[in-house]
Design a protein around this ligand. Structure first.
Ligand code: PYC
Length: 404
């Protein structure tokens, strides 16, 4: 075992870092590890995943574990549906239990306008073969009997919901470790605590990456970081239309099982689930200012508690155990920026807002196909960076509870 890693909480690499690879992946989170895993499946194994901290230390370890595909646009819905389908088979494929619970996902509607928007989303989803339907308070009560649906004093009365049965929650750390094991078994090298400090280019194509552990020659770089994607792209001379914000979440102390469906409200900006440990897991809206400072705020705790208590007043005395914040890169249309760039050999997975974790397997698979075939897969063609120059936006504005 390498000395550098002996004392650290982390994945232990089997090999020394070499000075050349066919493919270098920047970021050892769910996207980077999925890309390494699917590249190995296509026979591309001379691959290094470089992670500046421990694997899963970024957005992959700081989300609220929700998977779903009930998006607003046909492009988004089809893409996330392919991801949920890959997730469905991944525990068996990786021989690693990812604890995927397809418990169903309810997006509450609190106004006539919201009911109209949910009906529209249900229609787009169904046209793309995705199970989504508009339901009314009686059905909501059956799915979430512990939730207060008929509160006459509610600030946000519940009029209905978009019900999405395939949605649910999955263990994020299991996803990271399962993919890391799969990539490692396939032959990829995973190097934690290896920070990329520069991208070398000649005549508009990638030649290598500089790291805190030396320079590596490569013709292909996949940038798979969340939070840092604009900085990594900048190293390659590319300006991304991205702003970086924090999103916060928290959990209560463990409680008896009370809720076995994911509850989301786009108007209250709250999403709530109960983990397999019994904790209520709650998140709120994205903070409107740009920052890399992942410190929690009192305002978040107040707002998330106020809105959760309107739906679950029985949690009044539950204590909050811990909270965290993750970095989110927002693109102008709230859809990802995925695939090739103007620098030959430099491909990106960026601009995920708060949707990145759900997309990990399909990002890995499509980026691997792009590298193997040198052709952009149809599923990700709508998310190319050029769309911002060609007026082809794919607006996922308000397709989540996070005020984007
Ligand atoms: O889009 O499902 C979502 C989501 C949950 C938390 C943040 N985004």
């Amino acid at each position: 075992m390498l000395d550098l890693f002996r004392t650290r909480r982390m994945w232990r690499p089997r090999q020394e870092l070499r000075d050349s690879y066919d493919v270098v992946i920047v970021g050892g989170g769910s996207h980077g590890l999925a890309a390494a895993y699917y590249l190995a499946q296509l026979g591309i194994t001379d691959v290094a995943v470089l992670e500046k901290s421990y694997i899963g230390s970024g957005a992959a370890g700081r989300n609220t574990t929700i998977l779903r595909s009930n998006y607003k646009t046909p492009e988004g819905a089809r893409f996330y549906d392919a991801s949920v389908k890959l997730y469905e088979g991944l525990s068996a494929e990786l021989d690693f239990n990812l604890l995927f619970s397809q418990c169903g996902h309810l997006t509450l509607a609190h106004s006539d306008r919201a009911m109209f928007v949910m009906a529209n989303r249900a229609e787009v989803n169904r046209l793309n073969g995705i199970d989504s339907q508009l339901i009314y308070p009686d059905e909501i009560k059956k799915l979430a009997p512990a939730m207060q649906v008929d509160n006459p004093h509610a600030v946000y009365p519940v009029q209905g919901a978009l019900y999405h049965p395939p949605g649910g929650i999955i263990r994020h750390d299991a996803v990271v470790w399962g993919l890391a094991r799969g990539a490692d078994r396939g032959g990829a090298e995973i190097h934690p605590y290896t920070e990329v400090t520069g991208i070398q280019r000649t005549n508009g194509r990638v030649e290598g990456v500089e790291t805190n552990r030396g320079t590596i020659k490569t013709k292909v770089v996949l940038s798979c970081t969340a939070g840092w994607s604009s900085l990594v792209a900048h190293m390659a001379g590319i300006q991304l239309p991205i702003t970086t914000h924090i999103l916060q979440a928290c959990v209560t102390e463990p409680l008896k099982p009370l809720l076995d469906v994911v509850i989301v409200s786009s108007q209250m900006h709250v999403y709530i689930s109960q983990t397999d440990r019994g904790e209520f897991l709650m998140g709120a809206e994205i903070e409107p200012w740009t920052t890399y400072r992942t410190q929690g705020t009192l305002n978040f705790l107040q707002e998330v508690s106020r809105h959760t208590l309107e739906l679950f007043p029985q949690l009044e005395r539950a204590r909050i155990l811990r909270s965290w914040a993750g970095l989110c890169d927002l693109s102008p249309d709230y859809s990802p920026i995925l695939g090739e760039t103007e620098v030959e050999g430099f491909h990106i997975s960026s601009g995920w807002g708060t949707y990145g974790f759900k997309a990990a397997p399909i990002v890995g698979k499509t980026l691997a196909e792009l590298v193997a075939t040198e052709r952009t897969p149809d599923l990700i063609a709508p998310f190319a960076l050029e769309r911002f120059y060609e007026d082809r936006l794919v607006s996922e504005l308000a397709a989540a509870a996070v005020s984007h």
